[in-house]
Design a protein. Structure first.
Length: 446
């Protein structure tokens, strides 16, 4: 290919696609002019020569000047620095959900305070993190992931971070392959989960992933345990009533705990039709200060829809703070649903509407009218079920139980409706509604 002068964004001649036997694909490349410095090289591949050329044309259409990225990191960047640069971009991307950055941050940086596990393997400080990104090979990534003995989703999260980070180098022409794409599977075996999840798996050690809703008897035992637990000596009756109203509403709506806490008195409840709309969720996360300012503006959050950290707003833009806010939409579009509720739930909703203080818009607010973190409900739940034989359960068990009762009467598609799942979604049967155990009556077939 001739080394001619190329204007910014203008591609040179395509190389002849060559077959790579190891990767079983055709590889092709071309030069693209840069505003500053030498032209960058774009690579692409495909199962055939025409597909390789088409993929290279697509890469050219998506091309961005190298200068936009190389100001963030150098060509000698380490894997750790590359992941930090990717996270910095992610946190400033208005199209991304800001709460996800918290989980990515915890996989990149080691715990500095609190109850963090000092032995946890993070990208920063690891052998892989100290390597030059341009020299990293697939087996380096595989060895890093195999050292992790935690749950599969943590490995998958680090794998996702690494894949997206190395994609920056590919987009900037500093690499022609992504080493993470060649790492098969989940990067190693997983161990049996501990803690509350371990208690749950003890119920059925052979099929630990099977959904575990309350049976009818267990549901009655829980309601009885709740009635016996309250009132507590020297406890505020207002908080106790709020918790009992929360469990009733969460069960009626088959809602995620954060969805039940986000229901508003007037905007989401139709008192004439006895209908409740699930239209939001409470997010409890850690964000950088500039992200908090962005979501306040983007979601037009009122004072009662967000709990700022103590000392706000005296922070730098890059400081990480804890914040809880009402997100004006649910986890997925299908999760935004309207559900007809029973008489007991409507009595509770009308009671809370009548007793609400002026300016309080949420069904289940704090004493000051602001949003409530779902963690508060989980802590009370664990106290209620203590020594009842139901310690394996969590507030989400109400969601699974309600969906199971609906499926028993109306079948699985109805359960998907009340859960807010897509049509034919496998998630319903995998995580919420267990399979029916039918009697196989074929005794007459001889």
């Amino acid at each position: 290919m001739s080394q001619i002068e190329l204007a910014p964004g203008v591609p040179g001649n395509f190389s002849e696609p060559k077959w790579n036997a190891a990767r079983r694909t055709f590889q092709i490349y071309c030069l693209v002019g840069e505003p500053y410095g030498e032209p960058s090289k774009l690579h692409a591949s495909g199962n055939s020569k025409p597909k390789a050329r088409a993929n290279l044309k697509r890469r050219i259409a998506e091309w961005k000047p190298r200068a936009e990225s190389l100001g963030t990191y150098s060509s000698n960047v380490t894997v750790e620095e590359l992941c930090q640069a990717w996270l910095h971009r992610y946190e400033r991307d208005a199209t991304k959900r800001p709460q996800n950055a918290k989980h990515y941050r915890r996989e990149i940086y080691p715990a500095a305070k609190g109850r963090g596990n000092k032995d946890k393997i993070t990208i920063s400080g690891s052998v892989l993190g100290k390597m030059r990104a341009s020299e990293t090979r697939p087996f380096h990534v595989r060895i890093h992931l195999e050292q992790m003995t935690g749950t599969a989703y943590k490995k998958n999260r680090q794998k996702s971070i690494l894949r997206n980070a190395f994609q920056l180098l590919i987009d900037d022409g500093l690499r022609d392959d992504n080493p993470v794409n060649s790492v098969a599977g989940k990067g190693g075996a997983t161990k049996v989960p501990s803690g509350r999840a371990g208690l749950r798996s003890a119920v059925n050690p052979y099929f630990a992933d099977e959904p575990r809703p309350f049976s009818a008897d267990e549901m009655n035992r829980y309601w009885e345990a709740e009635r016996c637990y309250f009132p507590r000596p020297n406890a505020c009756r207002w908080f106790e009533q709020r918790y009992m109203d929360f469990t009733l509403l969460a069960y009626e709506l088959a809602a995620r705990p954060s969805e039940a806490l986000a229901v508003r008195l007037d905007d989401d409840v139709d008192y004439d039709r006895c209908e409740v709309t699930v239209a939001g969720t409470i997010i409890d996360t850690e964000l950088r200060v500039h992200q908090v300012k962005s979501i306040v503006e983007q979601y037009d959050l009122r004072d009662d829809e967000i709990v700022f950290p103590r000392g706000w707003p005296d922070f730098d833009d890059e400081d990480v703070v804890c914040v809880a806010y009402r997100q004006p939409f649910t986890k997925t579009a299908k999760s935004m649903r309207t559900i007809k509720v029973g008489p007991a739930c409507m009595v509770m909703l009308r009671r809370r509407r009548i007793g609400a203080r002026p300016g309080h818009r949420l069904v289940l607010p704090s004493r000051t009218g602001k949003v409530v973190r779902s963690e508060q409900m989980s802590l009370t739940w664990s106290k209620v079920v203590k020594e009842t034989g139901l310690q394996w359960s969590t507030p989400r068990t109400l969601r699974s139980t309600r969906a199971t009762r609906v499926a028993e009467q109306y079948d699985l598609p109805a359960a998907r409706l009340i859960l807010g799942h897509e049509v034919d979604s496998p998630v319903t049967a995998q995580h919420y509604v267990p399979d029916k155990r039918r009697v196989v009556d074929l005794a007459d077939a001889r």
